[in-house]
Design a protein around this ligand. Structure first.
Ligand code: ADP
Ligand code: MG
Length: 282
């Protein structure tokens, strides 16, 4: 059935002109492309199928899932093309850049802004979890602003296929473990809870500008994460609200069963109302 919705081999070049590279991963690259007839600009993720060897049936499955995803804070998949060696995912092009770049550029923003960003991501993740999808690769590079405007909404990119693309990434040096939950590192079974952990790490970084777990030595870093060993160091956290800290403590909870789920996180006062302060942070 899926074959009907894929275009024939090589068709993408007939329909789109592939342009400059936006990003690159180990199995894929993302390029700007322009629709030849309508001139519309899109982002195309080109995935080398060889990297997914033996998991082609899984691929069809994942694409079927991606097609069902429709949420204002998740990048939308417009169409797909397939050749014997490559899979092309055509997505809406967003132009606001990555979350982290924007924060670094702006230098200073408020707790309220941070809370607004996290709320949007939480709503998107809640939606994914309701569909039975675990993102598993939430990090600031995968959170994009839709437009360059100050009040632009944020969208999650790079979803769905991460499970297949990341096989083995944890045991090789290529993946950054900075956002990885304890249960993933310990190779226990894991579920939706890993996304909430990652959101805890992202919230921490948004508020102070540095990560909760860090060591140049990976095995030391693993130890910190597995123990959920982090602190709200002085002076960086002195002026940050108790509410923000309480929110983070519930996300960076090493026991996944005690960690907040999306509903609990969305109901927390730091997200749901008034608790985030207006004042500037770093
Ligand atoms: P990877 O698997 O390589 O991490 P991503 O989907 O995260 O692939 O894309 C890599 C980078 O390409 C992103 O960090 C972002 O900068 C850029 N990018 C991805 N999708 C889009 C998009 N729809 N619009 C604009 N830029 C995008
Ligand atoms: Mg990415």
């Amino acid at each position: 059935l899926m074959r009907d919705v894929h275009k024939k081999a090589d068709d993408i070049n007939a329909v789109y002109e592939l342009r400059e590279k936006l990003g690159e991963g180990s199995f894929s690259e993302v390029r700007v492309a322009q629709h030849r007839r309508t001139q519309k600009l899109v982002a195309v993720k080109c995935i080398r199928k060889r990297a997914l060897k033996g998991k082609e049936s899984m691929l069809e499955n994942e694409i079927a899932v991606l097609r069902r995803i429709k949420h204002e804070n998740i990048i939308s998949l417009e169409e797909t093309f397939e050749t014997p060696t490559k899979l092309y995912l055509v997505m809406t092009l967003v132009t606001g850049g990555e979350l982290l770049d924007r924060i670094l550029e702006r230098g200073s923003y408020t707790e309220k802004d941070a809370s607004r960003v996290i709320k949007q991501v939480l709503e998107a993740v809640q939606y994914l979890h309701q569909l039975g999808i675990v993102h598993r690769d939430l990090k600031p590079e995968n959170l994009l602003y839709e437009t360059p405007l100050e009040d632009s909404k944020i969208v999650i990119s790079d979803f769905g296929l991460s499970k297949m693309e990341d096989q083995g990434a944890l045991s090789t040096a290529c993946g950054t473990p900075a956002y990885v939950a304890p249960e993933l590192l310990q190779q226990k079974t894991y579920g939706k809870e890993v996304d909430l952990w990652a959101l805890g790490v992202i919230s921490f970084i948004l508020l102070c500008g540095y990560p909760p777990f860090y060591d140049e030595n990976d095995s030391q870093l693993y130890k910190q994460i597995v123990k959920a060993d982090f602190e709200f160091d002085s002076p960086y956290w002195d002026d940050i609200s108790h509410s923000a800290k309480d929110f983070i403590v519930h996300l960076l909870q090493k026991d996944p069963e005690r960690r907040f789920n999306c509903e609990q996180a969305l109901q927390h006062p730091w997200i749901s109302g008034g608790a985030a302060l207006e004042k500037n942070i770093h």
